[in-house]
Ligand binder design. Structure first.
Ligand code: FES
Length: 171
């Protein structure tokens, strides 16, 4: 397999990476760029969602994406979204609803929720379940995560005060 060098924008920075036709985006993000915190290695078969990233704003499973086809595309991991609108509200909603336990699935879940709420700011219960269907969680039983998504949607559409008021919480 012939190795080649290509440029990939990751979290707002142009990165020079080495790959061949079989190198996945997950391998590049973890092994070449050291993004081990948010880009998990759960199954490498597209079955768990823990390696989710955004490519030009769309949710991708990085373990299934041949990186050689992504030259010039913009990849965002959770590390790169720290300052972006909405991420803090989603993260706080996960904390407040106990939607993260061991945390292994959490970065992928949060990216999935970000992609969902960017496309559909007021998802129905069924739309939330559908959006989360590719992300496995072995700890929470999913209900806290679904509640966190509803909470995040309320925070982002009406602000944190609206979300707290709707659940009878204060402060
Ligand atoms: Fe442990 Fe989801 S919080 S896998």
């Amino acid at each position: 397999m012939t190795a080649k060098i290509l440029s990939l924008n990751v979290n707002g920075r142009d990165e020079t990476i080495l790959c061949d036709g079989l190198t996945t985006l997950q391998e590049v993000l973890r092994d070449q760029l050291g993004l081990l915190t948010s880009v998990k290695d759960g199954c490498t078969q597209g079955g768990c969602g823990s390696c989710s990233v955004l490519v030009d704003g769309e949710l991708w499973l990085s373990c299934l994406a041949p990186v050689a086809a992504l030259a010039g595309r913009a990849v965002m991991t959770l590390e790169g979204l720290k300052q972006s609108a909405g991420i803090a509200a989603i993260q706080q909603s996960f904390i407040d609803n106990s939607a993260a336990q061991c945390g292994f699935c959490t970065p992928g879940m949060i990216l999935t929720v970000k992609a969902l709420l960017d496309a559909n700011p007021e998802p129905s219960h069924d739309e939330i379940l559908e959006a989360l269907s590719g992300n496995l969680c072995r700890c929470t039983g999913y209900l806290p995560i679904v509640e966190a998504v509803k909470d995040a949607a309320a925070r982002l559409s009406g602000g944190a005060d609206a979300a707290r008021a709707s659940e009878g919480r204060e402060g």
